[in-house]
Design a protein around this ligand. Structure first.
Ligand code: 13P
Length: 269
């Protein structure tokens, strides 16, 4: 563990993350820990997980959450997502105007805001550059083939948005058509964006996209990936509905259609 992650207190080496959790628990007990405070810590925590899993390098990536009253809390621009502090976060309105924070908001705030504008059910957005999924995005290949039952049930198709320069309005224009019917989008020659009802779910979708990209790559190397047929997809849709209904109410409210148009899928097996 690097030095920046630890402090020495009265001779004891304490990981910063543990200390932050302790401070958080004390504040919760005292009733002085607001939802906004909690979100600041959550962004630090999931930024750290993106970094630890190698989904970002250097200052790549950004994360945000929807607060109340149309406000959005987003990571600051130019920071390593593994070395952020709760106080570094920036609060903006839905038009991107800075409301709070001593740093500038992520250069890709506009992309996050477009997702919140299009999807009222979404409360968190994660953008990263995980190696294998980004390799597909750099090769102009969408992850749309239904070859893994689990991915069909949880993520559906992962489309590829056309290339645009990072941080420009064109990037937002290019992803907008995909936002409504998907939960994850590959950004050509750039990376991946995922979104969900909360930060944990948006983060887990990023893990799932990268894992699916690895499986797809391996399946292509092993031989010819076998695409599920219409009947199998219909059965999976029923299985998905059963699965969603078994989960707590929150999951049931946010069920998103699979995104596979059965009639459009060529029968390959
Ligand atoms: P920010 O540091 O401005 O959020 O940008 C990181 C990034 O991933 C650019 O693609």
């Amino acid at each position: 563990m690097g030095h920046w992650k630890e402090i020495v207190l009265r001779g004891a080496v304490i990981p910063i993350q543990q200390l932050a959790m302790f401070r958080e628990q004390v504040a919760v007990l005292r009733g002085t820990f607001s939802n906004e405070d909690r979100m600041r810590h959550e962004l630090v925590r999931f930024g750290g997980m993106l970094h630890e899993n190698g989904f970002v390098a250097a200052t790549d990536g950004n994360l945000s959450v929807r607060l109340d009253d149309g406000r959005v809390m987003i990571t600051p621009t130019g920071f390593s997502k593994g070395m952020m502090d709760a106080k570094d976060m920036v609060v903006v309105d839905l038009a991107g105007k800075k409301l709070k924070g001593s740093h500038n908001a992520s250069s890709e705030a506009e992309m996050h805001l477009a997702i919140y504008q299009e999807r009222r059910d979404v409360n968190a957005v994660v953008h990263a550059h995980p190696c294998t999924a980004t390799a597909f995005a750099c090769s102009g290949i969408a992850l749309e083939e239904p070859i893994c039952a689990e991915v069909v049930m949880t993520l559906g198709k992962i489309p590829l948005a056309p290339y645009a320069t990072t941080g420009t309005p064109e990037l937002t224009t290019n992803i907008r058509p995909f936002i409504r019917d998907h939960q994850a989008i590959l950004l050509a020659n750039h990376g991946v964006v995922t979104y969900a009802e909360d930060l944990l779910s948006a983060y887990l979708k990023m893990e799932a996209v990268e894992h699916f990209a690895k499986v797809t790559l391996a399946a292509r190397q092993v031989g010819a990936p076998q695409v599920l047929n219409d009947m199998q997809l219909e059965a999976l849709e029923l299985a998905r509905q059963r699965y969603v209904n078994r989960r707590p109410a929150k999951g049931a409210q946010t069920a998103v259609p699979l995104g596979f148009s059965l009639s459009q899928l060529a029968r390959r097996n």
